[in-house]
Unconditional design. Sequence first.
Length: 254
Amino acid sequence: MSWWGKIIGGTFGFMLGGPLGAMLGAAVGHQFDRGLGGAAGPVQHRIQAAFFTATFSVMGHIAKADGRVSREEIAVAENVMAQMRLDAAQREAARNLFNEGKADDFALDEVLEQFRAECRRRTSLILMFMEIQAHAAWADGRLDPAENRILGRVAQVLGVDRRTLEQILSSVQYAAAGGAQEAARDIGEDYKILGVPRNADDDAVKRAYRKLMNRNHPDKLVAKGMPEEMVRVATEKTQKIKLAYERIKKSRRR
């Protein structure tokens, strides 16, 4: 039975305590027993529940950063739900978490600190989380200063360095702008996706490609605790990495 099935089925022994557990309980309409928050249980289930809860609540917080939630920002959240193929109950919970994140008293740092602790140094999950939040921030085609500040804070609390955050933002910015037709796309965007400069040698490009593919491989992410519902999101990411690498190789053979 999946982590979601355990929630709905009333098996809460693995459940989170702290702000993530409180928000998830409110989102699904359950009053979790606080005494179970620290109980032993499947680590993967705890991480999956934490990822789901943090993803949608922080997304809501970022969407509200500039004072209003745009239709585009709501559409990004709905698109993530669609990619995850959430059922009706899961979508309702995700929307409730999104709304909880919009609250004025949302405890961003506490949520992020617990999420980081639950991830237990699983860098790949944290970077996937950061990318989803960056997409939320760029949903309306621009990065508001308030949203940029929150993304910076999210990265700081989660231990993501500024250079990595800038790489994520650069890649997401291009995607948010709609990009261009593949045949006319600037090859520079492919280098940004791989996180290497244009003058990097072939070995450096290959190492960057392999590192990204290893980090974003869907099966490995699920094994580390990413909800299985996120597989399509991870798969699309690896497809973009492969396309960027193939375009760079082709351009260098000319």
